[in-house]
Design a protein around this ligand. Structure first.
Ligand code: TXA
Ligand code: MG
Length: 337
């Protein structure tokens, strides 16, 4: 199958393919999604096949506005309106209890809840509109690879396997949306993202807990997707705390290891390396935007034996960054023996 790249004046062609049951990847502000018509179970099945994704891992239903969720949702948490008003469109996925039979079990993984999100991307909102149906969209990568932040990343992983990719350049945020469970009494964060715990608490005026698995690694996550090993490049990754860079570089030199640096300009300026991916500036926003792209670039270049990646504080957007980095690094920090 030829995978076509669509520009913004070709949204109608991309929508026609989705209506016919084909798969088309779409841009969002977080990462690219692998789109299928959410109302065609056979197409949704293809999403799992193409990604190599376990079928018990439910998908996000992407909508053009809040009213589009009403057909499917059984009951809303009392804080829903406030949350939607503040954060949609945006990088926040909401879990609601759904009406039985309103969505295919292929979409929900057979759960009585489903995930909804209105992405902040005009092209994708028109794509959903023109398709005339909500779109499921897991990240458009092969399972186990970093999520794609450019159309080229999607092409690299899925060319020949999907009908098209709607191109909108590089994504703004760089990691997947926050997943907030609103199906119980207490709104709970199942996956950290750019709508941070701190922002949610400020807007809602209550404490918004993290799901237990995010606090204690041994707990089974409530978001089924969080239990799989994710975002894992072939080159081993070690996380380097700010105070440990000097020692880590000395250790690599002593052991003849070629190091790939994934770091801020501030650190990169101080050390030589076999290869490097330097974030656009020293902020956590730039690091988050560059994380997956950097992991892919270093991994594909195959110049390094090991990737040294910069650690940020575990709060605000840093919580999302560290959550993804820890998975890529299989939890391994550099520690001097
Ligand atoms: O930013 C994003 O969210 C991107 C873009 C494309 O929108 N999409 C994305 O989808 O990251 P995916 O499928 O890779 O992640 C969806 C997450 C998974 O961890 C899944 O387990 C969880 O949401 N999820 C979906 N439905 C759920 C449900 N009913 N209850 C709990 N977790 C759910
Ligand atoms: Mg994913």
């Amino acid at each position: 199958m030829e995978t076509k790249i669509f520009q913004s004046d070709q949204i109608n062609q991309a929508a026609a393919l989705l209506r016919q049951g084909e798969l088309v990847a779409f841009p969002t502000e977080t990462v690219y999604g692998l789109g299928a018509n959410a109302l065609l179970p056979e197409s949704v099945k293809q999403v799992f096949a193409v990604k190599g994704r376990p079928s018990d891992n439910p998908l996000i239903v992407h909508v053009t506005d809040f009213s589009m969720t009403k057909e499917y949702v059984e009951s809303y948490h009392p804080l829903t309106e406030k949350i939607v008003q503040h954060f949609w469109p945006g990088p926040l996925t909401l879990i609601f209890s759904i009406k039985t039979g309103s969505l295919s079990p292929v979409v929900t993984g057979g759960l009585s809840t489903a995930a909804f999100r209105m992405p902040d991307n005009k092209k994708t909102l028109s794509l959903i509109e023109e398709t005339g149906a909500p779109l499921v969209g897991p990240s458009a990568n092969t399972s186990g690879k970093p999520s794609p932040t450019t159309a080229l990343h999607v092409y690299h992983d899925l060319k020949g396997k999907i009908a098209g990719i709607l191109d909108d350049g590089a994504t703004q945020i760089g990691v997947e949306s926050t997943v907030l469970d609103l199906s119980g009494e207490v709104p709970t964060i199942l996956r950290p993202g750019a709508v941070t715990k701190e922002k949610l608490e400020e807007v809602l005026g209550i404490e918004v807990p993290l799901d237990k698995h995010l606090v204690t690694e041994s707990e089974t996550p409530k978001a089924p997707g969080m239990k799989y090993k994710h975002y894992s490049p072939d080159t081993p990754v070690l996380m380097i705390k700010p105070a440990d860079w000097k020692q880590a570089i000395a250790w690599a030199e002593m052991n003849n290891k070629k190091v790939g640096l994934l770091t801020t300009p501030k650190i990169a300026d101080q050390y030589r390396s076999a290869d490097r991916f330097v974030f656009a500036d020293d902020t956590i926003e730039a690091a988050t935007r560059g994380l997956f792209s950097g992991l892919r670039a270093l991994d594909e270049a195959q110049k390094a034996d090991i990737i040294f990646a910069e650690v940020f504080p575990d709060d605000h957007l840093g919580l999302a960054y560290m959550n993804r980095l820890k998975k890529a690094a299989a939890q391994n920090y550099f520690a001097e023996k």
